[in-house]
Ligand binder design. Structure first.
Ligand code: ADP
Length: 601
C-alpha cells in the first residue's frame, strides 16, 4: 500500500493498522465531499476577493497553533473553528468547504507538517466540516441572522469537534496502544472548551461581517486574547504533567532505594518514610508519617547514650548543612542494627530551616566484619604466641644444662617442642587453606583426592588417637552396619571428624561422653558427632560455620582456636559433595552431622 510506505513516522508494528485507519478517513472525506457538492444546488456565486480574504483568515486562524503533546503524538489547538464558522455563514456549502480545507492545507504546508499528518488532519477536518455545513443549512434554511443561526452553528461545530476528537483519539490510541476511552477522556475537556470558545468568536465575527463588515477587524483582539488564554491552559497542563513526572521519579527513587530515606519538617515530624526505613525499623510508613521522629526512630551511640535526632537540624548552618551520625538502631522486633544517619538539613531562600533529609545506611555487616578482623588478629597472635613460651623455656633449659639433662627428660622436652611446633604448623596450614577457599572453590577441589573410604575405620582411628589425650572421657562409636564406604578423600575426612571430635571435647566437661553414630541414609553415609557439652545459642548456631566465628570473647578466651575449624570442615565437606549441619541447644550439647555420598553398590 502506497500509504503504508509513507507512514515512516509510525512504529513498524502498528503501521498497517494506522494506514488502514488513515485510509478510511480519507475515503470518508472523499465520499462526504462528493455528497456535499452533488447535493448543493446550482453554481455558487462568490466574490473571488472574499474567497482570498477568508482563505487568509483561515490560514491565520490555523497558524496560531499551540502544541499539546500526548506521548509520541501531538495535538494542535488553533482558532480554526472560528474561521470555519465564518466560512460556513459567509459562503455557499462547497465554497465553505473549499476555503476551510484549502486554508488548513496552506497552514500545514507553512508549518512543514509531515505529509501523513497533513493528509490525516485534512481528511478528518473535511468530514467534520461537511457535517457542520450540512447541519447548518438544514437548520437555518433561509432564517437569516439570529438565534437559530447561532444554534445551528454551535451544533454543527460541536459535531465537528466530536468527529475531530474521535479521529484523533483513535489514531493516538492506535499508535500508543492505549485504550481508546482513556485517550478520549484525556483530551476531551480541553478540546470542547476551545471549540466552544472558537465557535462563539466565529459566530460573533460572522454576524459583525454581515452587518458591519468594517468592524470585523476588531475581532483580531478577542482572537489573540483567546489564543493567549489557550496558551495559558496548555502551559499549565504541561507544567502539571512535568510536576507529576518529577514526583513519580522522586517516588520511584524513594521506594527503590536500598538505604532508608526519611524527610522531616522543621518541627521534627516525619513527612516521608521510605520502605527501606520501614524494613530497618519495623515501623510502617502509615504509622510514621506525621508523627514526631522521636516517637518512631530511636538509637544509641557507642557508649549506649541515646542519640538526639533533632540536634543536626538545630545545629546545622547554611554553610554546613550535613552531618553523619553512627548509631545502634533498635528494631521493633527487639533486634539491633548499626546504621549511619546522613543528615542533610534543608534551608529556604531566606536561610530558614525547611527540614531534614536523612539517609539511613545499614553498616551492621561492615562493623561486624571489622570486629571479626580485630578478633581474628587477637586470636591468631594468641594462638601463635602461646606455644612459643614453653618452646623457648624448654630450649633455654636444654641450652643451660647441656649434657646434664638426663636422656629421657631430653626426649620428653624435645617431643613437647615438636608437638607445639606441630600445633603452630597446623594453624598456619589452616590459614593457608582458608586463603585457598577465599580464592575459589575450584582451587579447594584440586586438594581433594577422592577414593573409596571406609568411614567406620576413619572414625575408629580418630577416636583411638583421642583416647590417649582424653583418658577420663567415654568415647563411643555406634555403627549401624559394617562396610559404610564413601567416595571421599580419606585424609580430609579424618581432618573433619578430628575437628568435630576435638570441638566436642573442647566444649564439654572432661568427663562428658562423646558419641559417634554412623549409619547409611538413602545414598549418604551419615556421621553424628554428639556431645553433652555447653551447646550453642540459637542466635549463634547458624554462624558457627562462618570464617573466624567464635563464641568466646578473644580477650578472655577459655578455649584455644581461631574460629576456622568448622569453616574449613564445611568447605572441605562440600568440595567432596557432602553436607555438614548442626543441631544444638544451650546447656544440652550439640550434634554435628557429616553426610558424605555413599559408594554405589
Ligand atoms: P575453634 O577453633 O574456635 O573451635 P571452630 O570453627 O571449630 O573454631 O568453632 C567455631 C565456634 O563454634 C567455636 O568457637 C565454638 O564457639 C562453637 N562450637 C564449635 N563446636 C562446638 C561444640 N561442639 N559445642 C559448642 N560450641 C561449639
Amino acid at each position: 500500500m502506497a500509504l503504508a510506505a509513507l507512514v515512516q513516522i509510525i512504529p513498524p508494528r502498528r503501521r498497517k493498522a494506522a494506514a488502514a485507519f488513515i485510509s478510511s478517513w480519507m475515503g470518508a472525506a472523499v465520499v462526504s465531499t462528493a455528497l456535499l457538492v452533488t447535493l448543493s444546488s446550482g453554481r455558487p456565486r462568490v466574490e473571488p476577493a472574499e474567497v482570498v480574504l477568508f482563505l487568509i483568515v483561515t490560514v491565520a486562524a490555523d497558524a496560531l497553533v499551540l502544541r499539546l503533546d500526548h506521548g509520541r503524538s501531538t495535538e494542535f489547538i488553533s482558532l480554526l473553528e472560528a474561521a470555519i464558522c465564518l466560512n460556513i455563514v459567509l459562503f455557499p456549502a462547497p465554497v465553505a468547504l473549499g476555503v476551510t480545507i484549502g486554508g488548513s492545507l496552506l497552514s500545514h504546508l507553512l508549518h512543514r507538517q509531515h505529509p501523513i499528518k497533513t493528509i490525516f488532519n485534512l481528511a478528518q477536518y473535511a468530514v467534520g466540516t461537511v457535517v457542520a455545513i450540512a447541519l447548518f443549512h438544514l437548520i437555518v434554511a433561509d432564517a437569516g441572522i439570529g438565534l437559530r443561526m447561532a444554534f445551528a452553528l454551535t451544533l454543527g461545530m460541536s459535531s465537528f469537534g466530536i468527529i475531530n476528537s474521535l479521529a484523533l483519539s483513535g489514531l493516538v490510541s492506535l499508535l500508543e496502544e492505549r485504550s481508546f476511552r482513556r485517550t478520549l477522556e484525556d483530551g476531551w475537556a480541553l478540546s470542547m472548551i476551545t471549540l466552544l470558545g472558537n465557535t462563539a468568536v466565529g459566530i460573533l465575527a460572522a454576524v459583525v461581517w454581515l452587518t458591519h463588515p468594517a468592524l470585523t477587524m476588531l475581532f483580531v483582539a478577542p482572537a489573540v486574547t483567546l489564543h493567549l488564554a489557550y496558551r495559558g491552559v496548555v502551559q499549565t497542563r504541561a507544567l502539571l504533567e512535568a510536576v507529576e513526572a518529577e514526583r513519580d521519579r522522586a517516588n520511584r527513587i524513594i521506594i527503590g532505594a536500598s538505604d532508608g530515606i526519611v524527610l522531616m519538617d522543621p518541627d521534627g515530624n516525619v513527612d516521608v518514610w521510605s520502605p527501606a526505613t520501614a524494613a530497618l525499623t519495623g515501623v510502617r510508613a502509615e504509622e510514621a508519617v506525621h508523627s514526631p521522629i522521636t516517637s518512631v526512630l530511636a538509637g544509641t551511640d557507642g557508649d549506649g547514650r541515646p542519640i538526639d535526632l533533632l540536634s543536626p537540624m538545630q545545629e546545622a548552618t547554611v554553610g554546613e548543612p550535613t552531618r553523619t551520625v553512627e548509631m545502634t538502631l533498635a528494631h521493633r522486633d527487639g533486634g539491633t542494627k548499626v546504621v549511619e544517619l546522613r543528615h542533610s538539613v534543608l534551608f529556604d531562600a531566606k536561610g530558614k530551616c525547611a527540614g531534614d533529609a536523612v539517609i539511613i545506611h545499614d553498616i551492621t555487616l561492615e562493623r561486624e566484619s571489622e570486629r571479626l578482623k580485630d578478633d581474628f588478629l587477637a586470636r591468631v597472635s594468641h594462638e601463635l604466641r602461646t606455644p612459643l613460651t614453653p618452646i623457648k623455656g624448654y630450649a633455654q633449659a636444654l641450652l643451660r644444662q647441656g649434657d646434664a639433662v638426663p636422656n629421657d627428660t631430653r626426649t620428653g622436652i624435645l617431643s613437647t617442642i615438636v608437638e607445639r611446633v606441630d600445633h603452630m604448623h597446623a594453624l598456619i596450614e589452616d590459614l593457608l587453606l582458608v586463603s585457598r577457599i577465599v580464592a575459589g572453590r575450584a582451587s579447594l577441589r584440586d586438594q581433594i583426592r577422592p577414593e573409596p573410604v571406609d568411614i567406620g575405620e576413619v572414625c575408629e582411628r580418630v577416636l583411638r588417637s583421642f583416647g590417649i589425650v582424653e583418658p577420663h572421657r567415654e568415647l563411643i562409636l555406634n555403627v549401624s552396619e559394617d562396610g559404610l564406604v564413601s567416595i571421599a578423600d580419606p585424609a580430609r575426612v579424618e581432618q573433619i571428624v578430628t575437628n568435630l571430635v576435638s570441638n566436642a571435647c573442647k566444649y564439654s566437661e572432661d568427663t562428658a561422653p562423646v558419641i559417634l553414630e554412623l549409619r547409611n541414609e538413602d545414598g549418604w553415609i551419615a556421621v553424628d558427632v554428639v556431645d553433652r557439652g555447653r551447646g550453642i545459642s540459637p542466635h549463634d548456631v547458624d554462624r558457627v560455620f562462618e570464617r573466624f566465628f567464635r563464641t568466646d570473647d578473644p580477650l578472655t578466651m577459655t578455649t584455644g582456636g581461631v574460629g576456622l575449624g568448622l569453616h574449613i570442615a564445611r568447605e572441605l565437606t562440600q568440595a567432596m559433595g557432602g553436607t555438614l549441619t548442626v543441631k544444638s541447644a544451650p546447656g544440652q550439647g550439640s550434634t554435628f552431622t557429616l553426610r558424605l555420598p555413599a559408594k554405589q553398590a
